[in-house]
Design a binder for this molecule. Structure first.
Ligand code: ZN
Ligand code: ZN
Length: 137
């Protein structure tokens, strides 16, 4: 049996566990994923729809589905953190990697929709690194 990984939202309302058993892992740079995450790209792991046990907070989760196109997001109604959700097709559980408390063993398969990657992100990957807030000068 695969290791158990726990996850949850930032405010602690929602907690779940799942098996460290992911089929795919993508960083998606498309415009919709940027908007939905508010960040440079989505970091989504894929697993089977039944691979999750909600320990608490299921009733705190809101879901958004685009009316025409195939993108969705689940999030904590209190803190807005991205959370796992079943794809529109019903075939996959999509797990935002940042919602996990532990490192998954699955490594990235690919960056996708790279034509939509922002210049600020490309340039930012080369930026200076600090372990906390930057030093004020
Ligand atoms: Zn929350
Ligand atoms: Zn995307």
């Amino acid at each position: 049996m695969a290791n158990q990984i726990s996850g949850g939202c930032c405010c602690g309302n929602v907690i779940f566990t799942l098996e460290d058993n992911f089929s795919n892992f993508y960083f998606c740079h498309c415009e919709q994923c940027r908007k939905l995450t508010g960040s440079a790209h989505a970091s989504n792991l894929f697993t089977s729809p039944d691979n999750i046990k909600w320990a608490k907070g299921l009733d705190s989760i809101k879901r958004y589905d685009h009316p025409e196109r195939s993108f969705s997001k689940a999030f904590c109604s209190e803190c807005g953190s991205g959370l796992p959700f079943i794809s529109k097709s019903g075939k996959s559980l999509i797990v935002p990697a940042g919602s996990l408390n532990d490192e998954p063993s699955k490594q990235l398969d690919a960056h996708i929709f790279c034509a939509e990657q922002t210049d600020w992100h490309k340039a930012g990957l080369e930026g200076p690194k600090a372990n906390g807030f930057p030093k004020q000068t």
